[in-house]
Design a protein around this ligand. Structure first.
Ligand code: ADP
Ligand code: MG
Ligand code: MG
Ligand code: MG
Ligand code: MG
Length: 442
């Protein structure tokens, strides 16, 4: 997509505003809106902004940042402004510092860096995500509640409720945004949905996840609903995950596939698994980055708890879907949709590359249900658990130099600071559960 095409589209579609988008360290989408007549300046990377107000970015004295749009991400947004027919477009940007260097706090750069490293080893990572989310009603004041009026479950068919209608609308909007939707269905829990889109290279997928989250929320809102990517909004039912299907390609070839291996998996694939398993506990800090994330990672709700891999069952961290040939891939099952997708994919890729470099063979796959094993059996088989909570995950991150390197020192330190603050705020409060448990007992 060159700038001629962009200017032509802007004219044709009556685009009046352009949103220059990026995410902060926590994966929150930020945007600066410009008018179409500033577009050339923006495309030349000459637009400056003050980064000091963005979470985890910089100190006041070094706050001048430049946004450099990635022209291939230009999109005219399908929703009209409510007041006029004018349209808004978006372009995703990389951030540069005042010296014209890639800004070390830009999550998209962290991913680009890992992608470049993979490229030097001859690999190109492909990722397909399965984001899940809940849709809830708004109360009479317009505040999201935990109410759904649907009692449907996995793959249930209508009587269509408001949620189904909204989801169909989401699929259409996403398609008009260029997404190739592979599946969309009701999930296990009431009010829970999943929309799967086609895999592509890691950077594009991370961009897609960010776009997906915003599109889903906007469409839900238009249906009078609140869509949330919070991992575990309701105790006692399934939480929302975002499984990541991952493979490495070299040219048009999937190098995870080996037709001569008994299980069809190459050594490269095996070492990649070994790397992800070795770093899994630190990766969790990034792919499961909230206090609430760890309330999803408990036994009994189809979310992984144990660091193991399997061809057959869905209880471990990594499952190997049955497809071989071009579709050979691993499914990493702990990530949730509250994560920063740029950082999440950066740490997974980096862990996989570490495995390949050091030839880290994974342990034997575990084909029985790990939830039914007792602690002694798990110990004997060397099966470790994911972190129990955010604090434990951050602690692991502090000990894992490879994962720190994937983030870069700047993002690493800001991330840990922000997360420790979050943990302290959470852990010092007194909750309903404690009052119910202790108030009368003691
Ligand atoms: P599940 O069985 O866990 O529901 P799906 O069959 O729905 O998984 O797989 C979904 C994801 O896997 C999709 O995003 C799809 O595009 C992706 N996928 C397919 N082939 C590959 C591949 N070679 N590399 C990465 N992802 C892939
Ligand atoms: Mg699925
Ligand atoms: Mg599926
Ligand atoms: Mg699912
Ligand atoms: Mg899955």
């Amino acid at each position: 997509m060159d700038s001629n095409y962009i200017f032509q589209k802007v004219k044709e579609d009556n685009v009046k505003f352009i949103r220059l988008q990026f995410t902060d360290i926590l994966g929150v989408l930020k945007a600066i809106s410009i008018t179409a007549d500033q577009l050339q300046k923006a495309l030349d990377g000459e637009l400056m902004f003050d980064g000091s107000s963005i979470e985890g970015f910089v100190r006041i004295e070094e706050s001048d940042m430049y946004l450099k749009p990635d022209p291939s991400t230009f999109l005219v947004l399908p929703w009209n402004s409510t007041t006029s027919k004018a349209k808004t477009a978006r372009i995703i940007c990389d951030i540069f510092d005042s010296n014209g260097e890639p800004f070390i706090g830009c999550p998209r750069f962290a991913l680009s860096r890992a992608i470049k490293e993979a490229g030097e080893m001859g690999f190109n990572m492909q990722v397909g995500p399965e984001p899940e989310f809940f849709m809830f009603h708004l109360d009479e004041n317009g505040i999201p509640s935990l109410q759904t009026n649907d009692k449907a479950g996995y793959f249930d068919l209508p009587p269509v409720d408001k949620g189904e209608e909204a989801r169909r609308d989401m699929v259409e909007v996403l398609q008009s945004l260029g997404f190739e939707i592979e599946a969309s269905h009701h999930e296990v829990a009431p009010g829970q949905h999943e929309i799967d889109f086609k895999y592509t290279d890691a950077l594009r997928t991370a961009d897609n996840i960010v776009t997906f989250r915003i599109a889903v929320r906007i469409v839900a809102q238009r249906h009078g609903l609140h869509a949330t990517f919070m991992p575990k909004p309701i105790y006692g039912i399934n939480g929302s995950g975002m499984h990541l299907h991952v493979s490495l390609f070299r040219g048009g070839e999937n190098v995870f596939f080996d037709p001569d291996a008994a299980d069809g998996l190459s050594d490269t694939c095996r070492y990649f698994i070994g790397g992800v398993m070795k770093h899994a506990r630190a990766i969790a800090a990034i792919t499961n980055p909230t206090v609430n994330s760890y309330k999803r990672l408990v036994p009994g709700y189809e979310a992984p708890v144990y660091i193991a891999w399997s061809h057959r069952n869905r209880s471990p961290l990594i499952r190997i879907p049955a497809r071989r040939g071009i579709g050979t891939r691993i499914e990493i099952r702990n990530p949730d949709p509250s994560c920063n997708p740029y950082l999440g994919l950066a740490v997974i890729l980096k862990a996989g590359l570490d495995g390949i470099r050091k030839r880290l063979a994974p342990p034997l796959p575990v084909e029985q249900n790990i939830y039914e094993m007792d602690l002694a059996t798990r110990k004997q088989q060397g099966i470790e658990s994911l972190p129990e909570n955010l604090y434990e995950a951050i602690d692991e991150l502090r000990r894992d130099e490879i994962i720190q390197e994937a983030l870069g020192a700047h993002i690493y330190s800001r991330f840990v600071l922000a997360k420790m603050k979050e943990w302290e705020s959470y852990s010092s409060r007194v909750y309903d559960w404690e009052l119910a448990e202790y108030l009368e007992k003691f």
